[in-house]
Design a protein. Structure first.
Length: 117
């Protein structure tokens, strides 16, 4: 059973930065893509960013491209999300997710990010 634990959320002013981290454990295979999703109050969960196992492939939601950077450290089994130039509309609970095959099968508990204007 894969377990994901997020950290690094908090309160920041607009224009500021935060770095989220997700630590994975319990893997039985190594070829997992990982990603970040977010859910704002009253909205559905949405995709933010993803990275391949090798780290050579990344994908971003349009509104965060150029401001957010996803990275991973396979030796530590962690994935990070560096968030710069944060905006109030980035306020949400951010979730780490793991994709062993075709679907996002494992999720963390979430970490709150609040951006004040």
């Amino acid at each position: 059973q894969v377990q994901l634990v997020e950290s690094g959320g908090g309160l920041v002013q607009a224009g500021g930065s935060l770095r989220l981290s997700c630590a994975a454990s319990g893997r039985t295979s190594s070829s997992h893509a990982m990603g970040w999703f977010r859910q704002a109050p009253g909205k559905e969960r949405e995709f933010v960013a993803a990275i391949t196992w090798s780290g050579t492939g990344t994908n971003y939601e349009d509104s965060v491209r150029g401001r957010f950077t996803i990275s991973r450290d396979n030796a530590k089994d962690t994935v990070d999300l560096q968030m710069n130039n944060l905006k109030p509309e980035d306020t949400a609970v951010y979730y780490c997710a793991d994709r062993p095959a075709a679907s996002w099968d494992y999720w963390g508990q979430g970490t709150q990010v609040t951006v004040s204007s």
